[in-house]
Design a protein. Sequence first.
Length: 150
Amino acid sequence: MSGENDLIKLYSARILALAADIPHLERLDNPDATVKKRSPLCGSTVTVDVNMRDGRVSAFGQDVKACALGQASASVVGDAVIGATRAQIKTARDQLAAMLKKDGPVPDAPFDGLEVLMPAREYKNRHASILLCLDAIAEAIGLAEQANCA
């Protein structure tokens, strides 16, 4: 990619709109699990709270301190996470990583809105920030499931 046009494409109006309207920014009072993830490369952080019921996310809260791309990712994920299973989150995370790093396809619905981040493929230093929210949710679901089995 080259120059100013590429940055304009990367920080599209859609990405900026998603970053400005992140759902579930209120933290949960009594979460089943909480996980905070940080990208060492850029310093972005995401903290997520999850409640689980019958193997699905029943409540979700997040605190997002990330670049516009990480915020846009958290926005799309936050809009789709309620009702998701651990397997769906892991699949979405793996598909997003493949989309960014291996020119893979867009993640399956309901996470197909992550397609907006396709222009970030060329910006490897932003990939960790984009993946933070799904990484944190996957870990939180695992912790919640462990706690319920104990």
